[in-house]
Design a protein around this ligand. Sequence first.
Ligand code: FRU
Length: 507
Amino acid sequence: MAVHWTREQRYRRLDTVDPKEYDELVEHVANAPWRQKYHVQPLAGLLNDPNGFSWFNGQYHLFYQWFPLGPAHGLKYWYHTVSDDLVTFENKGIALSPDTAYDSHGVYSGSALQAGDDLMLFYTGNTRDDKWLRTPYQCMAQMNKDGEFSKWELPVITGVPEGYTQELRDPKLWNENGTYYCVIGAQRDNMTGAALLYRSADLHAWEFIGEVQTDHTDFGYMWECPDLFTVDGTDILVFSPLGLKPEGLSRSNLFHAGYLSGTFDVDTGAFNHEPFQELDYGFDFYAPQTMEGPDGERILIAWMAIPQLPYPTDKDGWANCMTLPRVLTVEDGQLKQRLPKSWDKPEEDASHWQGEIGRQPELLPFGGDCYELQAKLSDVTAREMHIDLRVREMEYSRITYNSETQTLVFDRMHSGEPVNASEGHTRTVTLSRPLERLRILVDISSVEIFVNDGDTVMTSRIFPGEDSTGIRIQAAEGTAELEFHHWPLDGIAFKEERVLDKEPKTT
Ligand code: FRU
């Protein structure tokens, strides 16, 4: 598991390793349990943040942080995938390797934006000295239409501004009225987190404007992966603050990802905003990044894990996957997150079940380990209602709706192989209106629950047995009318043929 990896093991570059070692790992991982069917996942090793999520040359491009050699946060690469529809992704190989003096200890997170004919990749080069002290560089690379990558020779931002520590990383780039801007995650000298704002006319020379000025002058010890954009006239700052404490039913995870919404002044950095809100209420969601789609829509994707936590797949040499992409809108002042339209499926392809449920548990006539399930709820007199997924004997992953408290709970206590039990077994979200609809996406080892047409989302990994495939429903203290549509999703396999741009070679 991650914690047992020595520094030497974690900082081996792929091209210095015997190719047999990597081949064997890839082969082992391909046959390991809990491999997802339609989520982006690594061929081997550890995947973390989405990077460079963008639309370029007629396709979606999604890169991710990758350590190829095991389930540890080691030497990071950018791995490249593409998609025509945000449903099926295809592996393209390594995009950026940690092979220069400015990224010797990791090609860290960053973003992408088309400029001229090329896709510009703006990332943090992580370096460490003999005493293992960090110096970050903000570096630029580009990809042409043939998919060839080249790094710029020198970083475009060197060092950190006065008043901040060396924890400066994850530039998110955008263009507004012909000027380039970026926000970068930072830590103040007093060990509090912030996002810094820069501007540039040409991507080469960057001017530090100042902090994004929020009300949060003491809100966690570091802000990772900031992202600033406008949706339906509302400005939104997404970021992943490290070090927040739990608050009531929210912020129950070890680390958090959320947003501030309001009005942002790009000339001064002033941000007038509503209180911080989490983007997801499940167990496993971090480091989200957004992009602007071809029709101007704002699409978000995130890492389906929490930093520093182990996962049951570690023992097989791989860890983590992406969430599904979500389209963001702001409606009546509320942020909505829905699956892209390409995820819509014809109703006539679905299996259907409708009926009244009460105390007697009912097994639905369909199920599986890889499907979409839509539920419609009406005439609820029941105080509580359960939908159990991945059911077999004592195993199940439970969604509970309480109509009195208007809360939705996801419980993975009985989901199968325990996962981070010390972090608790349930996550709860309070709904802004009674539950009417659920859209549930089940893959081999995950559950994503979209509540009430995008009002809120709960994303979690689960590690059930292969034969845990039932769907069971039940109500307590009353009844409810339920209607289900079910589509198997085995057909949209992630194209994960092994692809590396440079085959590892022994030195
Ligand atoms: C967030 C993060 C980023 C960093 C990257 C390194 O998970 O810590 O801040 O750039 O991961 O992999």
